[in-house]
Design a protein around this ligand. Structure first.
Ligand code: BTN
Length: 246
């Protein structure tokens, strides 16, 4: 395993945290070590040499500027909720972003957190059910410049509030909130928040289901967090996939 290991500790909320100065990917670390680690082990890093995004994309992030972390779920009951864990994680991230009194925070289904039309956070869930799930989060905190070649323009909390943020304080608050809310899952509250922050609502989109493309309008999110699209008088419930806005 490549990487400079710094610290492992258990905190008062009873989760463990492993921090790396540099590692290939915090998702890869938890995936390769899951057998040895406990439920709710967090791995964070200042820098990832091979940060991964969804659909085999690369996730680049300047060293020490952003929050890069993953957490491991092994709890049997929580794993039963695996299809919605990353969406609920997006809800918790969006709530944290709103604490900074930032307006226009939304979630682009399934789990990108946006400020206005710009992406501030991406989430990549990977796993091997029923054994484990790893949820990886890249939250842009203090980075100022982003590549112009991104699929969607990016921003950071600092770019919006015009103030440097203490990453360690943010990290502690976010980890505590994630553990507490995932241990005491309140799906109804999360669903309501998601519905009130649904970036795709009323947008015309294109989606591919079983190799068949559909064009339609997003009308909401159902009780299982599936995206509802009306396409030629059909109501589709989409549980995964890439949504293209037209
Ligand atoms: C996306 O929007 O494409 C998902 C990005 C997920 C990036 C995070 S950064 C921490 C964790 N480790 C990785 O290699 N990827 C995730």
């Amino acid at each position: 395993m490549e990487g400079t290991f710094i610290l492992v500790y258990y905190n008062s909320m009873n989760y463990s945290l492993i921090h790396f100065k540099e590692i290939d990917s915090t998702n890869n670390y938890l995936k390769s070590s899951y057998r040895l680690l406990d439920n709710f082990t967090f791995a964070s890093a200042d820098y990832q040499s091979h940060g991964k995004g969804r659909n085999n994309r690369i996730w680049n992030s300047e060293s020490g500027e952003n929050l890069l972390f993953s957490f491991l779920i092994k709890d049997e009951n929580l794993l039963k909720e695996s299809p919605i864990i990353s969406l609920i994680t997006a809800v918790e991230i969006a709530k944290i972003v709103e604490i900074y009194k930032i307006k226009c925070v939304s979630i682009k289904w399934p789990n990108d957190v946006l400020i206005g039309d710009k992406k501030v956070c991406g989430i990549l869930a990977e796993g091997e059910l029923p054994n484990y799930l790893v949820v990886g989060i890249g939250l842009n905190v203090n980075q100022k410049e982003f590549s112009k070649d991104l699929r969607r323009p990016a921003t950071s909390l600092k770019n919006v509030i015009k103030k440097e943020i203490d990453i360690n304080q943010l990290k502690e608050k976010l980890f505590d909130q994630l553990v507490s809310n995932l241990k005491n899952l309140n799906k109804d509250d999360s669903l309501e928040y998601f519905r009130n922050h649904n970036y795709l609502l009323n947008k015309r989109v294109r989606v591919v289901v079983n190799n068949q493309p559909f064009i339609g309008e997003v009308i909401g999110v159902d009780e299982n967090f599936c995206l509802q699209i009306v396409s030629s008088d059909m109501l589709l419930h989409i549980d995964s996939g890439e949504i293209e806005i037209l």
